[in-house]
Design a protein around this ligand. Sequence first.
Ligand code: PS7
Ligand code: MN
Ligand code: MN
Ligand code: MN
Ligand code: MN
Ligand code: MN
Length: 351
Amino acid sequence: LHERKIEDESLTLQRCFEFLDLTSRSFSAVIQELCPELCVSVALFYLILRGLDTIEDDMTIPLDIKEPLLRSFDVILEKEGWTFDGNGPKEKDRQLLVEFSTVIKEFALLPESHRLIIKDITKKMGNGMADYANNAEHNVNGVNTIADYDLYCYYVAGLVGDGLTRLFVDTEKANPALLERPHLINSMGLFLQKTNIIRDYREDLDDRRRFWPKEIWTKHIEKYEELHFPENEEAALNCISEMCLNSLQHADECLFYLAGIKDQSVFNFTAIPQVMAIATLALVFRNKDVFQRNVKIPKGEACELMLEVGNLRSTCDIFRKYMKIIHKKNTPKDPNYLNISVALGKVEQFI
Ligand code: PS7
Ligand code: MN
Ligand code: MN
Ligand code: MN
Ligand code: MN
Ligand code: MN
């Protein structure tokens, strides 16, 4: 257990940790438990990407303002005093950007190697987000093919895994061989992001954004925005199955990645979001509520999961438990019944 010493800490850093609590339910606790060499760097990395995402998500910011902000966010990181109050009043993390100079100030105090990694990832993510920023509807830049979907998820989540792994290796908390397995790193981010995208169908649609790839949903329905119509329930459930199947393809590689982590605090930090993701995947699988509202794993269950993650074996046990739930909900009526069954079997075989 690593406790940060409050008395050594500047007021601006304290404010950053307050923001961490305000912006993230699941990450705040695990970041604060990270070893001292990583805790502050990862907390600021999180806040920087959260700030960037708050710009990406705000559909009230006109594209001609949003796009250059996203593309230059890495430069903004070094602009002392920069703040932004252009988010709509309803954007949930708008205050982080109103006080972003606090983050910038602490960022400047990080070790140079960490700053370079964070800046590099911010630059790549911001440009990737900008490429997809106009994905409202019928847009050629939207998420059409599965390759587009994988690329978007690489920008917003795969890259986070890349930056984090470089930070872990820099501080000798992970096996440097992980850096030669970019596919494993990418799967860590994609498993989280794809599960989030399935869960957020309705929230994103209400913002007129679509992230489910056209290549998948057109097999089940003619119009994306009609997936949640009651008369389309069967088609919608089959569509969500196929989305879950796509996400499940990353599960085994996440477990392989976790085998490369040396430090207990880093293991918890990396494994907890993954077990939350498999639990969420089991919850959304063939769940029609996804089309009406944002479903969430109950708080009690989330707490249990955080306690149960301890090592690779217990993490595999948790994966197995939720895969069993998916297996039980799988039905021969589903055109992907066999594919899902095979995908579950493939993960089982390796863990
Ligand atoms: C550990 C190798 C720097 C810790 C953690 C803020 C969550 C928010 O939530 O649909 O619906 O608004 O807008 C790989 C985290 C990937 C990213 C991406 C794991 C930064 C994070 C900014 C890699 C997290 C996946 C947008 C972009 O989706 O979300 C290892 C740290 C990880 C942040 C997530 C989220 C993207 C996101 P929401 P959106
Ligand atoms: Mn977001
Ligand atoms: Mn976003
Ligand atoms: Mn939103
Ligand atoms: Mn989302
Ligand atoms: Mn969301």
